[in-house]
Ligand binder design. Sequence first.
Ligand SMILES: Cc1cc2nc3c(=O)[nH]c(=O)nc-3n(C[C@H](O)[C@H](O)[C@H](O)COP(=O)(O)OP(=O)(O)OC[C@H]3O[C@@H](n4cnc5c(N)ncnc54)[C@H](O)[C@@H]3O)c2cc1C
Length: 416
Amino acid sequence: MNQRQTLVVIGGGAAGFFAAINGARLNPMLEVVLLEKTTKLLSKVRVSGGGRCNVTHACFDAAELVKFYPRGGKELRGAFSRFAVTHTMAWFEARGIELHTEADGRMFPITNDSETIARCLLDEAGRWNIRIQTQTEVVEILPHENSFQLQLHDGKTLHANAVIVTAGGHAKKSGYDFLKNTGHVVIDPVPSLFTFNLPKNPITELMGVSVPKAEVKIRSTKLHSSGPLLVTHWGLSGPAVLKASAWGARDLANLQYDFQAQISWIPDLDVEDVFAYFLALREQHPTKTIGNSVSFGLPSRLWIFLVRKSGLQETERWADLSHTRMRKWAEVIAADVYDVRGKTTFKEEFVTAGGIALPEIDFKTMQSKRCKNLFFAGEILDIDGVTGGFNFQAAWTTAWIAACSVSGLGTDSDLV
Ligand SMILES: Cc1cc2nc3c(=O)[nH]c(=O)nc-3n(C[C@H](O)[C@H](O)[C@H](O)COP(=O)(O)OP(=O)(O)OC[C@H]3O[C@@H](n4cnc5c(N)ncnc54)[C@H](O)[C@@H]3O)c2cc1C
């Protein structure tokens, strides 16, 4: 870009700051303005990861990384080959922030404080003289031949040679109305990453009980996921449920969050395997009570709950159980069914599925195919990841590519 060109970045979140900082840094002749409609900057960064900011995930193979995105994985494949987890780490390390990895692959600043990330982005924005305006909402974008006129909420206008839209996800489609004049297709937004409500279900009395691996299947759909499962005071949560809610965000919205979830408490065994195991136990320990035979590594409270759910009593002895009753119990362990009625927002991390339709974006540049010099990055796009740092990684990657494109320098990762 030529001297004194203006780049306006719309939205003061992770993607907006990353795009603005890198745009200004890679092309110091660019005048960069960042507009944020609220009074707060980087508010999601601050609350993210329970106040620790799960910056990214220790997954270093682009082909593997894309598998964590229910929407956008295919489009991100090439983008991740240019800027992914190692680049994110290098970018923050170059600014004095080391990341550490937890056993499940999530990466946090070693301070375990999201303020470290927010501070770094604010300092960098200051260093590169980015002009930040809070309480400034863009209500309309008017594309002209080689520039844009941005209509602000207070009636003022702003001129821009290039615009990067990083306005995040919106619960309602009307949240995308400010883009109407640019002619983009918006995929209906629905929430992703939520937990399942089981109102008045007796299992909620086990709140706090968890299993390291369960399988969740959503009946009447093809959805299934596995991983740790947690019983809460309102229903079911944990990675297995969150994954199902992410991959099924649209299907479950269509079902109006009213469906049946089938839980396999020991996913490696089917009903017949569990039944065969019960037969062997009855043979070996006929006089032992079933309540004292906790198996498969299940928590004893859950074991007793499942015994009772099958119509048995924990005081009954193996020798007294018929095949029919044992089979029913095996079915409860291997294919336990719950009526889900509603969802609850997962406080650690939630995102919007839907947003700007991906076929309208050139992922080599993050430029709109409809509107020259208009770029998109972050959650405003129809991209979302499962929980674990993937949503921020998509924000860093798309913002990086948009910034490199605007600066006219290509996407050379040496520029980190
Ligand atoms: C509680 C919570 C915890 C999370 N934790 C994690 C985590 O640990 N790891 C992870 O990977 N992801 C996490 N996420 C998801 C992650 O925070 C988001 O995916 C990410 O912040 C998206 O960044 P963004 O810049 O695209 O959008 P946002 O962070 O949403 O920023 C968009 C900004 O644009 C502003 N804006 C919107 N419209 C306009 C307009 N018209 N004019 C001007 N400004 C506008 C908004 O006010 C907002 O400040 C979490 C989400 C939540 C809600």
